[in-house]
Design a protein around this ligand. Sequence first.
Ligand SMILES: Cc1cc2nc3c(=O)[nH]c(=O)nc-3n(C[C@H](O)[C@H](O)[C@H](O)COP(=O)(O)O)c2cc1C
Length: 419
Amino acid sequence: MKRVDDFRLKFGDKEYVPIMIGGMGVDISTTELALEAARLGGIGHISDAMVEDVSDRKFDTTFVKDKTKLYKHNINNMDKSEVQFDLGRLAEAQRRHIGDTMQRKEGPGLIFVNCMEKLTMNGPKETLRTRLNAALDAGIDGITLSAGLHFGSFALMADHPRFREAKLGIIVSSVRALQIFLRKNQKLNRLPDYVIVEGPLAGGHLGFGLEDWKEFDLHQIVQEILDYMKAENLDVPVIAAGGVFTGSDAVSFLEMGAAGVQVATRFTVTKECGLPDDVKQEYFKATEDDVIVNGISPTGYPMRMLKSTPAIGAGIRPGCESYGYLLDATGNCAYINSYNREVVANGGSDKGIKVMDKTCLCTHMRNFNCWTCGHYTYRLKDTSFKKPDGSYQLLTAEHVFKDYQFSTDNSIALPEKEF
Ligand SMILES: Cc1cc2nc3c(=O)[nH]c(=O)nc-3n(C[C@H](O)[C@H](O)[C@H](O)COP(=O)(O)O)c2cc1C
């Protein structure tokens, strides 16, 4: 019986353990988590979601405070079009976060950054261009373009000296999205270095409909993409993501011809993961019924999360002066509309209102109050021990990584007991 370690992910003449830890914003996939993946010979992701806030927390910078101060006069105004990001400051935050991570990297693996393109930041093209180029400046090994794939993103960094050297990948959920991306980028004469195929059981935002996600199957989509690559004579590694819970699940994709797997949920209960410890316990305790897919993300994409997530129904004032990562090109966010509707219905006051259909994702992700998770979160309790006080023992990233790498027979190795 094969195990993941019998396979290698190849980029040119370099080989890696075919395990990628997926990007989890906001700073859930921390530098520490990504460093472990690289040390163990795989690929780790950090995320650049809300990078100014991440920089403030990591380096005591004051990006968020300064932006709030600058736009304080606008806090009660629901027209947010004037609330712009300063591109120089954005680049600085990105370079700090990524530069620090890359400086600390050790071992044979790689570190990539996950760039969610749905973070339109009241200036989609300019802010994305800034993020991508600053990431390359700071020496990132690779960039994964995700959520809201912008077909013109490669062009935004085409003039950067590292454009053909860094690994650039995309996340797609269908062969059609891949085809469109390749067609739109033909002129650049630069293929993606890898394609992550994310199925319907993943955490975070989903590339499927709110109702129809259940009808899709990752094995089938991966097969379609492998067939397409073969038919087009394309030699691009395909990485399967979403619901790969055991080493044997991973092997089932590697045996089909996938070059690797991207995994995330099992790492949410590791010590290196950025979620607060009490939230990690919520993930451990979750039952199958607790994991839901809903439409509260203002991005318009369905999102999977725990039913008890505090972000559901919270009627807080939009925090765009401080954050504003989801403001579209015209300075609007779907949460603002929902919030306004409830304020009007409440006679003009936001006291005690509940906003059920959308959430202020920036503020809640920033405060770890939106508990997004993969479908199999309810199996996390089988990956550790329950302590006498009812809490679960946290894992190490190394333990989970090696379990994926070496386990067979769908088994899950338990950690060494710490109590
Ligand atoms: C807590 C959490 C946060 C996530 N955040 C992001 C994100 O910011 N960007 C993204 O592209 N994918 C995100 N994902 C998706 C993962 O990177 C990954 O592709 C997917 O969850 C893999 O499936 P698994 O969780 O079943 O292992 C997130 C997943 C989780 C569990």
